[in-house]
Every structure is written in structure tokens, then in C-alpha cells.
Design a protein around this ligand. Structure first.
Ligand SMILES: [Zn+2]
Length: 258
């Protein structure tokens, strides 16, 4: 969920100020050696799900290599908002659903919380006609920022949104590209997904026919590419047993995943 700072080689190598490396100016804007363009879809995927992501202002300013901007190169129904909390006046789409909720456009706020409903269960028990054009809402920032953003947005969202989360075992059918200690972000505990992966998993559940698996695979392809570029420069993250135990205790009762 939270999109923490990515420790890419491009940043660490940029310490050498004398030579400016070539960048993919017409495409992804990244250094050409880690260009993500070949992994992007040839055209935007027109999903029936509208995805709305609230980005923390710091995330946009300081995390130049975040994955969320690449979502806009993959999905046509995507809205990126900037702010610390969702409220009236930020998104015309959310405003219209807030003032007149529609049973045909359910608003789903995806964030781990004890009160959130498992998204798969929600989809199974909701008739198809009542979930044809869902609006999926997420917050994006570091884990602490995301928590604050979610808390700050509760007042607005609780009036018209359903709170959902993804189960830890969601990756059984499709192996998470972030497994094997290749973490793109610093996550508070195992099972917490990056924003792009959370969107991928959710679309697989929400989208009808083949679009679900197509959207999921498209987004995971981008994520895998980024993890692949990053892998040689990342140390394996192996929490010490003691810390692990302590962490398990501290997150007890908290939902493990988005
Ligand atoms: Zn590129």
C-alpha cells in the first residue's frame, strides 16, 4: 500500500555529478538503462473500474521513482489526486457519488483495517449489476502517511464508501513479484502490498471477463521490471528473529494486507 522511497541504482549512481546520463525523455522519464517503456502496454487498458489514488504531496515531490505514475501509462480510468485527505471538492467523480450514491457505481476504499470487508467476499456476494462500474479508491504515501491519510479521509468516505481489503493469501494464484526478499518499498510487515500491486490484485477481482487477468498481468509486469532493475542494488531484507517476533506482536489485530 504505502509507496516508500525506492532505492534505485539510478539514484545512488547519480552521486557522480560530472556526467549526465541519458534519460528516456519521450517516454517514462527514467534513465535509459532502467527505461520501463518496453514493459508498458501498447495502449491504455479501458477498465470498467475507475481507480482514484490520493497521493501524499511528499510522495510526489521526493519519490521521483515511485510506481504510481506508471499506472497512468497503463490504465485509462485513473485519477491521481494530490492531498493529505479525501474531502469534498477534490474529485468531481467522488463528489457526484458522495452527493448521490449509486448502487451501480459502488465506491470501494481499499485499505487494511479491522472493519474492512475482504474484496473477494464482497465481489462474490454482490450481484453483478450492482458492481458493474466500481470506483476503487486508494491512498499512496509512506506507511505512516497512508495511515494518516486514511484516517483523515474517514469522515468523507464513511458517508458513501465500502471499506475493503485484500487478504494476505491473495497471491496464491499469481506469485507476488515482491517475494523472495526483493522489496520495492519498505513495508511494515509481510503481506502489505505496494500500491501498484494492490491495484493489480483488486482489478483481477473487480473486472469482468478477461480484463481482470489482463490488467493484473500488465501491472505486475511493470512491477516485476522495476524490481528486476532494483534487485542488484538491494540487500536481502531478512528481519532478525527477535525483531520479527516483536513486530508480530505489535501488529496483532491489525489487518495484514491491503
Ligand atoms: Zn522509457
Amino acid at each position: 500500500m504505502a509507496e516508500a522511497e525506492e532505492e534505485m541504482a539510478s539514484l545512488s549512481l547519480s552521486a557522480a555529478p560530472t556526467r549526465r546520463r541519458a534519460t528516456c525523455d519521450d517516454g517514462c522519464g527514467r534513465p535509459k538503462s532502467v527505461c520501463i517503456c518496453p514493459f508498458l502496454p501498447p495502449s491504455l487498458l479501458a477498465t470498467s473500474t475507475s481507480v482514484v489514488i490520493l497521493q501524499h504531496p511528499h510522495e510526489l515531490r521526493y519519490n521521483r521513482l515511485a510506481t504510481v505514475p506508471f499506472l497512468s501509462r497503463c490504465l485509462s480510468q485513473l485519477q491521481l489526486l494530490l492531498g493529505r485527505r479525501l474531502r469534498s471538492g477534490l474529485s468531481p467523480l467522488l463528489d457526484s457519488l458522495h452527493s448521490s450514491p449509486s448502487s451501480y457505481c459502488p465506491v470501494l476504499f481499499l485499505f487494511p483495517s479491522p472493519n474492512a470487508v475482504d474484496l473477494s467476499e464482497w465481489a462474490q456476494r454482490t450481484p453483478l449489476e450492482a458492481r458493474t462500474n466500481p470506483v476503487l479508491v486508494l491512498v499512496d504515501g509512506t506507511w505512516n502517511q497512508a495511515r494518516e491519510m486514511a484516517t483523515g479521509s474517514l469522515e468523507f468516505l464513511s458517508e458513501f464508501a465500502t471499506f475493503v481489503s485484500l487478504g494476505c493469501e491473495i497471491g496464491i494464484e499469481v506469485e507476488s513479484p515482491c517475494e523472495n526478499n526483493l522489496l520495492l518499498k519498505k513495508e511494515p510487515h509481510k503481506g502489505c502490498l505496494s500500491t501498484i500491486e494492490a491495484v493489480a490484485r483488486a482489478l483481477r477481482i473487480l473486472e469482468p471477463d478477461n480484463m481482470g487477468s489482463l490488467a493484473e498481468e500488465t501491472l505486475l509486469k511493470v512491477l516485476r521490471a522495476m524490481v528486476g532493475f532494483q534487485a542488484p542494488f538491494m540487500k536481502p531484507m531478512q528481519p532478525r528473529p527477535k525483531l520479527n517476533k516483536k513486530k508480530e506482536k505489535s501488529v496483532k489485530g491489525d489487518s495484514a494486507s491491503v
